[in-house]
Write a protein that binds this ligand. Structure first.
Ligand code: COA
Ligand code: ZN
Length: 322
């Protein structure tokens, strides 16, 4: 495959991809209404039953900052965990790590923005202060043997500062690598990524930190979310985060809208012959359930159109008369 600037792909497209569902975190944090705890538990259990291998199910953040996720402990207690799906949760600081370890998460996800102004808005710390706090997060996690994954928000552009230099990504990624984190994700918080920016960031990190496992988190704010996934696949990236029915968005970033949609992503991957282990029909049923839960039409497309080979009876459609 070739991208628009004519650079041929350097990596094989992966045969298997790990899809992380972030709908109950990135999605529900942006909802004006509080989604009841039992509804969150039901949806998470259905996602696990549909074969979703990893879920970023909630956040151990301040309940004053994100009241929608204040029930993170109760949600985790209600989830059936025998299936082997990884249950990950965001932690912004040491306090979050201690709470997450006590609750028994499989994985903590630290997060810091690549731009100072968004990090200050989001967690009230400079980038340097956030990174320093993660040393303690790593220590707390290691006591309980909990894996830590590091997320970088506003990785492809900041709504306050504009373009983000790849050196800013490298600085944070290097810190995460040095702390022994299992991988990092580049988050496109407000949908500013484009395929060439994805290619540039991934290649820079591969050149400078070749052992680091990099995954991608896109929002479809400007309609190029799945095009960005194609750019990532072209670079051999085998992990993507997405939100059921395409809901989502950061409350501390102007203009933030939905994540790429999980069912649409899984459809694309399956049609490319890439394995996910996910039952797509069950996923579409969950997405329709999410529309009912939030009480409005959501951006997901496959749940409305059905699979391309879901054919229709001829007599369903009127014949045009000229
Ligand atoms: N979990 C629960 N409570 C926490 C906490 C955590 N991880 N971190 C801090 N707090 C509590 C403190 O105990 C304190 O409570 P008190 O006033 O009752 O004593 C209060 O929050 C303020 O603590 P402080 O350390 O001064 O935090 P802050 O006001 O500077 O806020 C964050 C920092 C990170 C806690 C807050 O900005 C936050 O939770 N942001 C979340 C952002 C987010 O999730 N964005 C979307 C994802 S991209
Ligand atoms: Zn996001």
């Amino acid at each position: 495959m070739v991208l628009t600037n004519g650079i041929a792909a350097m990596n094989e497209v992966p045969k298997k991809v790990t899809v992380t569902e972030v709908g109950t975190r990135d999605g529900f944090q942006a909802e004006a209404q509080f989604i009841p705890t039992e509804t969150k538990i039901r949806l998470i259990n259905e996602l696990i039953a549909a074969g979703v291998p990893r879920l970023e199910f909630s956040s151990f953040v301040s309940p004053r900052a994100i009241p929608q996720l204040a029930d993170v402990v109760e949600v985790l207690e209600g989830v059936k965990r025998e299936s082997g799906s990884t249950l990950a949760a965001l932690v912004p600081n040491e306090r979050g790590a201690a709470r997450a370890a006590a609750a028994g998460v499989d994985e903590m996800v630290t997060f810091v923005s690549a731009s100072e102004s968004h990090n200050l808005k989001n967690v009230n710390r400079t980038i340097g202060e956030s990174l320093k706090g993660f040393d303690e997060v790593a220590r707390i996690a290691s006591i309980d043997g909990v894996r830590v994954h590091g997320a970088i928000a506003t990785a492809f552009g900041c709504p306050f500062e504009g373009d983000v230099p790849v050196a800013s990504l490298e600085r944070i990624a290097r810190h995460y690598r040095d702390l022994g984190f299992v991988g990092i994700s580049l988050g496109d918080t407000t949908g500013m990524a484009t395929p060439l920016l994805v290619q540039r960031a991934v290649r820079h990190l591969r050149d400078t930190l070749p052992d680091l496992h990099v995954t991608l988190h896109f929002h479809n704010t400007r309609g190029v979310g799945l095009a960005n996934v194609m750019a990532g696949l072209n670079e051999g990236i085998d992990g993507y985060e997405a939100s059921f029915a395409g809901i989502g968005g950061c409350p501390f970033a102007p203009g933030a809208t939905g994540n790429i949609c999980t069912e649409d992503l899984v459809y694309l991957l399956h049609e490319m012959g890439i394995e996910t282990g996910i039952d797509l029909e069950r996923l579409c049923a969950i997405a329709r359930d999410v529309e009912t839960v939030v009480g409005r039409t959501l951006p997901g497309q496959l749940m409305k159109a059905g699979h391309r080979l879901q054919l229709h009876a001829l007599e369903e459609v009127a014949t045009a008369e000229g």
